[in-house]
Design a protein around this ligand. Structure first.
Ligand SMILES: C[S@@+](CC[C@H](N)C(=O)[O-])C[C@H]1O[C@@H](n2cnc3c(N)ncnc32)[C@H](O)[C@@H]1O
Length: 388
């Protein structure tokens, strides 16, 4: 299997397998040497701690003077083949729907830098840098980039709270913004040194409290930056009305074979991934932030992000978020083309809806003409997850 095409594959499983093989190789780990039971225990411990929202750090990057223990190794493997592997898959989706700006790419709170690694495979990205409060494990990182025949990234040990990114067009903060208190003023601080039009990708787990933290950051920033995604509007979030509401996206994302085995032994589910994310842009001076990316093509078209899809035996329902609020888009089984237009959507897709091909009925919007919905930024354009 050639590595670059496999990492960019439209097949989620092939991509998962390729990333896992690459990362294990870079850590110098052979499959036969893995103690799966121990890894499963480590995974269970980390996932419980994350669920309880206590800070757990990948320890492979923290080594200073003490000897590396078996626990450190297990932690590093679990972070790489489960959490980092998920970040890589999320990056793949987000960078397809929201391609990076032409220029350099920096991952903050990088660990092994899975987001930046996926970005490095994008034609727009010229060079990569990684920042972590612990020394990024450069040896492993360099090995991955060299296997992919990419230039070794610059790795800096720094606290991202005070870090001033050297001029970069793209910044990603995957699963690390919470580590610094989800404080929106830190994003403003980073944007200070970034050029107009540069992009920031923030991703966090899609749990109720964390998703709300991201929404608070969005609300605090929306007058100052362009909210590029997932929201296609800059109004109040229509999903946060009741105290139990929250905005997140659920994707079926496979792990590689070893990640799956670890999850299975630890009796953890791995099929579904819940993520909340924000993509922000520093506004161009002549184009005030709030107006960018939001023009609809005509009065009848509105731009929306797909929140969820529920195919049923009688009808398929998608929840969409647009500037008029949240809508239920429906198609009955009998209208096969409309049904399949909705069921083929993926949470996170940005679509345009032409009201001339829809009808309001019983608290929902019925899609009558399949062409009335058009994907403008599909999150996963090529194929769906194979059935398990
Ligand atoms: C959950 S890991 C995420 C790693 C990687 N971005 C990923 O998605 O797999 C969080 C990372 O943030 C780093 N981190 C925590 N606080 C930090 C700070 N103040 N400055 C820089 N890095 C920090 C940790 O060392 C850790 O590597």
């Amino acid at each position: 299997m050639t590595l670059q095409p496999a990492l960019l594959s439209g097949d989620d499983e092939e991509r998962a397998e390729a990333y896992e093989a690459l990362v294990l190789d870079s850590l110098g780990v052979r499959e036969e040497a893995l103690n799966m039971r121990r890894l499963a225990q480590t995974y269970a411990r980390i996932s419980d701690a994350l669920a309880a929202q206590s800070a757990v750090r990948p320890t492979n990057s923290q080594q200073t003077t003490r000897n590396v223990t078996q626990d450190d190794i297990s932690n590093a493997i679990v972070w790489a083949v489960i959490y980092g592997a998920r970040t890589f898959q999320i990056a793949h989706r987000l960078l397809i729907a929201y391609p990076p700006k032409r220029g350099s790419f920096c991952e903050l709170g990088a660990g092994l830098g899975p987001f930046a690694l996926r970005a490095a495979l994008s034609p727009e990205v010229s060079d990569v840098s990684l920042v972590d409060i612990y020394q990024p494990p450069l040896e492993s990182i360099a090995k991955m980039y060299s296997k992919l025949q990419l230039r070794t990234p610059r790795a800096t040990r720094a606290d991202m709270r005070s870090y001033k990114p050297s001029p970069t067009e793209n910044l990603a903060v995957p699963f690390a913004f919470r580590e610094v208190g989800s404080n929106p003023s830190i994003i403003e601080h980073w944007l200070d040194t970034m050029s107009a039009g540069s992009r920031i990708y923030v991703v966090e787990p899609g749990t109720k409290p964390i998703a709300r933290e991201l929404q608070r950051a969005r609300d605090a920033l929306r007058q100052k930056v362009s909210i590029v995604g997932p929201c296609q509007h800059d109004k109040d979030c229509p999903r946060l009305i009741g105290s139990n509401d929250w905005c997140h996206f659920t994707w079926r994302v496979p792990l590689g074979p070893i990640g799956r085995k670890i999850a299975a032994i630890g009796q953890r589910k791995w099929h579904e991934l819940h993520a909340s994310w924000l993509i922000l842009e520093k506004p161009e001076p002549e184009k005030p932030g709030a107006k960018q990316n939001r023009e609809n093509e005509g009065v009848d078209r509105s731009r929306a992000v797909v929140l969820s899809i529920r195919p049923g035996s009688k009808e398929c329902e998608a929840r969409l978020c647009c500037d008029g609020g949240e809508i239920r888009l429906l198609a009955g089984r009998r209208n096969r083309e409309a049904y399949s237009a909705i069921s083929n959507l993926e949470p996170g897709d940005v679509v345009e809806l032409d009201s001339r091909g829809t009808r309001i009925h019983g608290g929902g919007t019925v899609l009558e003409e399949p062409e009335a919905i058009r994907s403008v930024a599909p999150i996963r354009p090529i194929q769906r997850l194979r059935t398990q």
